[in-house]
Design a protein around this ligand. Structure first.
Ligand code: AVJ
Length: 316
């Protein structure tokens, strides 16, 4: 079924973005399209893999330094979480802060957002929760908070900032800093530079879950954009690009072929790739320089092997 079909408005939007990316000399698909229902499930599975150190290490850093972290965040603050994804980390923070003025989860998926709110309401009956359904990479508003508070603290765990190119990360930090008054803060998880073997293993797990996660993007395009990708004709590829300081994920065409998306033909040479994700890694110094125009790094906590960092930034 590669004749044209009617796409609805969000599908149309996605179609335009995907086809534009596939027409570039280096084909690409934005990594935000990984996260359909199956993609989100597979990512959850990734976070539990032996090789995937970031999630486990970040949680461990939070646990090991929770008193100091809670103190840096400060009571009577409003915690604004970007992408209310992994509530394990949120709970850790909330459990150690008894006088938070409000918790504001910002999440693009309404369904996911409401699920988070429902479960947190039961567990934290005294906490004021003010959900915002929005794409946090675009400007958004924080709803009025009834209780008095000192300042907003942005909570951005998971090293999701690594998905942005450095210039885009800086733009994003600038947008976020506009929400804050001087003295307001940001608690952010940042993956660190380390040996190639550890990095590459984290994105090439033995069970092949990351490969499934990457290939799932094509299944999604088949289903939602009336495409005809033959999954067996593509392979998962992930490697550390040392010069750029990032893990790159690609889908490699293992044959010369033509694929159609709602009737649009896209040609692949054998060995040609679709770039699907960047995951930048920073040294503590590089990250300090990255944020320096808008934020001062007040404190950075790391694990004993210096795999990952949790950083408290204060708006200048
Ligand atoms: C969610 C962007 C932090 O870059 O490590 C995991 C996504 N991709 N395995 C990362 C991901 C492949 C993850 N982030």
């Amino acid at each position: 079924m590669n004749a044209e079909a009617e796409l609805n408005a969000p599908q149309r939007q996605m179609f335009e973005e995907v086809v534009e990316g596939l027409r570039r000399p280096q084909k690409m698909i934005p990594s935000k399209f990984f996260y359909d229902e199956r993609g989100s499930e597979l990512f959850e599975e990734i976070t539990r893999l032996d090789e995937y150190y970031p999630t486990r290490t970040e949680t461990r850093i939070l646990e090991d330094h929770i008193e100091e972290i809670a103190e840096a965040v400060g009571e009577q603050s409003v915690i604004v979480e970007l992408g209310s994804g992994n509530s394990t980390k949120t709970r850790l923070l909330l459990d150690h802060m008894s006088d938070i003025s409000a918790y504001v989860p910002v999440e693009i998926s309404e369904e996911y957002l409401m699920k988070t709110v429902r479960s947190l309401k039961d567990e934290y009956p005294d906490l004021s929760i003010k959900p915002v359904c929005a794409d946090y990479t675009k400007p958004f508003r924080i709803p009025p908070i009834a209780k008095t508070f000192e300042y907003y603290v942005i909570f951005y765990p998971g090293s999701t900032i690594g998905n942005f190119r450095p210039e885009r990360a800086q733009q994003f930090l600038k947008t976020i800093s506009r929400l804050l008054v001087p003295g307001g803060g940001m608690l952010i998880g940042v993956d660190l530079k380390k040996g190639r073997d550890t990095l590459e293993a984290a994105y090439n797990d033995a069970k092949g879950v990351t490969a499934q996660f990457n290939l799932n993007m094509l299944l999604r395009l088949n289903r939602e954009l009336n495409a005809d990708f033959q999954i067996d004709n593509f392979e998962h590829l992930a490697f550390y690009n040392e010069e750029k300081g990032r893990i790159e994920m690609h889908l490699k065409s293992n044959t010369r072929q033509e694929v159609h998306l709602n009737g649009e033909a896209i040609h692949f040479e054998e060995g040609e790739t679709i770039h699907t994700e960047n995951s930048y890694k920073y040294s503590l110094n590089e990250f300090r320089a990255l944020v320096n125009d808008w934020f001062k790094v007040e404190k950075a906590w790391t694990d004993k092997d210096d795999l990952f960092s949790m950083q408290y930034l204060v708006k200048r």
